[in-house]
Design a protein around this ligand. Structure first.
Ligand SMILES: N[C@@H](CCC(=O)N[C@@H](CS)C(=O)NCC(=O)O)C(=O)O
Length: 208
């Protein structure tokens, strides 16, 4: 079965799937398109009008987390039991929707005064969320799940390594895992994973 992951020439919403596929050692086409290609032809092929898109032999799918979750399940990174899968989903959704997405909302705010208020609010909330993840959401030793390495760990690494520096520079805040030693350990474990290391060293260099 040939899989084709279609996205822009950046990490963005596709990188979590690329991490899962790297850890699985899976063969797939990492198709990167320009904004012009997207607008002129590719967008029309997306079933919901957005990317990333996953093309299989029979269908095209969208939604970054649905795609990443599909591969996490397929290759054994989703959690070992139904409850662990729920736990991993909880972490992934918290990081994506309650943390990262809110910074994007602030980024796209046009009113400068409102933008500054949003950044302050989001920054404070993000630190509260990170504090709760640190205190209440880690069941394993160096991993979120008791059974060990999962895509929830990869999502934390994705958010911390690929987005925190960018957010910190853009919004002049210091968003990092430094005050959260258990989260930092999880992220470090992911960065030291040989498959992740190899992917990070060989992937196309992009800003975000
Ligand atoms: N919830 C969706 C959001 C997808 C999304 O907004 N994709 C953006 C790129 S990150 C896009 O396709 N923008 C181009 C467009 O909307 O035409 C997901 O996580 O995949």
């Amino acid at each position: 079965m040939g899989y084709k992951l279609v996205y822009f020439e950046n990490k963005g919403a596709a990188e979590i799937t690329r991490y899962v596929l790297a850890c699985a050692g899976a063969d797939y086409e990492d198709k990167r398109i320009t904004r012009e290609e997207w607008a002129s032809t590719v967008k029309a092929q997306s079933p919901t009008g957005v990317s990333p898109m996953l093309e299989t032999e029979t269908r095209t799918y969208t939604q970054s987390l649905a795609i990443a979750r599909f591969f996490a399940n397929k290759y054994g990174f989703a959690g070992k039991t139904e409850e662990e899968k729920l736990h991993a989903d909880m972490i992934v959704d918290t990081l994506k929707h309650d943390l990262l997405q809110k910074f994007f909302n602030a980024f796209f705010e046009k009113d400068e005064t409102r933008k500054q208020e949003m950044v302050k609010e989001v920054f404070e909330n993000s630190n509260k969320t990170l504090g709760l993840l640190e205190e209440k959401c880690i069941d394993g030793e160096g991993y979120f799940l008791a059974s060990g390495f999962s895509w929830a760990d990869m999502m934390l690494y994705n958010v911390a390594a690929d987005f925190f520096p960018l957010i910190s520079t853009n919004f002049k805040v210091n968003l990092s895992l430094d005050s959260y030693p258990k989260l930092k350990k999880i992220s470090d474990n992911v960065s030291e994973n040989p498959a992740i290391k190899k992917w990070v060293e060989t992937r196309p260099v992009t800003e975000y």
